[in-house]
Design a binder for this molecule. Structure first.
Ligand code: SF4
Length: 224
C-alpha cells in the first residue's frame, strides 16, 4: 500500500531530523496537537485524470496534519480554487478528518518530508523521486494532465517521464513558466503554475483568477 509504505521512509537524514524536530518543538498555536512528523503521502482518488505536483509539505501544515496542503495558508488558496473548479467538495482543508474529498484529482509532492525554510535540496528531490514515480504509476491509467506548482516540481517531472513512461524529455528542457504547457505523445500534458506559497499569493504574483485559468485549462485537457 503506497500510503502506508511512504510513512516509514528515512532516506534523507536532513529532512528526517527536521520533520521530527518540528513535531516536537511545534508552533505555539498548535502546542496541544500531535504532529504527524513523517512523510506526507499523496491525496486523492486513484482514478484521477489530473495530478498536482507540489514542492514539499509545510512544517506546520502537512507535517502537522498528515495531509498534503492541509492546515496552512497555501492550502487555503489552493483548495478554494479547486472547489471553484469542481475538483474538491469543499473550499477548506484544515485537518485529515475534515471531510475533504477530491474528484478526478490527486495531489502529491516532489519531496514528501518538510524541509527547513521550505527549501528541499536537489539531492532530496532525487532521493524522493521513486515515491513520485509510484504515485504516477498508481494513476497512470487515467491521468492526462500534470500541473507542476513551481520550478522545483517542474524539474521533478523530467525523470518521471523517463521512469514511468519510458519517454525521453525534450532537449533542451522547456523552462518553467506560469501557464507554460508541454504536450507530447505518450505522456500526460505538463502545465506550469506558480506555487501557491504565501510569497506568491500575498504579493499578487499568483491571483485566484490565474489559478482558475490553470485549472480550467487542466480540466479541458483532461476531458473533464
Ligand atoms: S523526502 Fe522522500 S525520500 Fe526523503 S525521507 Fe522523506 S519520503 Fe523518504
Amino acid at each position: 500500500m503506497l500510503d502506508a509504505g511512504i510513512a516509514d521512509c528515512f532516506a534523507c537524514p536532513r529532512l528526517v531530523a527536521w520533520r521530527e524536530e518540528v513535531a516536537v518543538t511545534k508552533r505555539a498555536a498548535f502546542r496541544d496537537q500531535d504532529y504527524w512528523g513523517r512523510p506526507v503521502p499523496g491525496f486523492g482518488p486513484a482514478d484521477a485524470r489530473i495530478a498536482i505536483l507540489g514542492l514539499a509539505p509545510a512544517a506546520h501544515g502537512g507535517n502537522r496534519t498528515g495531509r498534503i496542503f492541509t492546515g496552512d495558508r497555501s492550502g487555503d488558496v489552493l483548495f478554494a480554487a479547486l472547489h471553484r473548479a469542481g475538483l474538491a467538495n469543499q473550499p477548506t482543508s484544515v485537518s485529515a478528518d475534515d471531510g475533504l474529498a477530491l474528484t478526478d484529482l490527486r495531489i502529491f509532492a516532489a519531496v514528501r518530508c518538510a524541509p527547513p525554510d521550505n527549501k528541499p535540496l536537489p539531492i532530496e528531490r532525487d532521493t524522493c523521486a521513486p515515491w513520485v514515480h509510484r504515485e504516477l504509476e498508481l494513476i497512470r491509467p487515467t491521468v492526462r494532465v500534470v500541473v507542476a506548482l513551481g520550478a522545483f516540481a517542474w524539474q521533478a517531472w523530467w525523470p518521471a517521464m523517463t521512469h514511468v513512461y519510458g519517454v525521453k524529455p525534450p532537449v533542451p528542457r522547456p523552462k518553467f513558466g506560469h501557464g507554460r504547457l508541454v504536450s507530447q505523445p505518450g505522456v500526460p500534458d505538463l502545465l506550469g503554475c506558480f506555487h501557491v506559497s504565501q510569497q506568491n499569493t500575498f504579493t499578487g504574483k499568483l491571483t485566484p483568477a490565474m489559478l482558475d485559468d490553470v485549472f480550467t485549462e487542466a480540466k479541458q485537457r483532461a476531458g473533464i
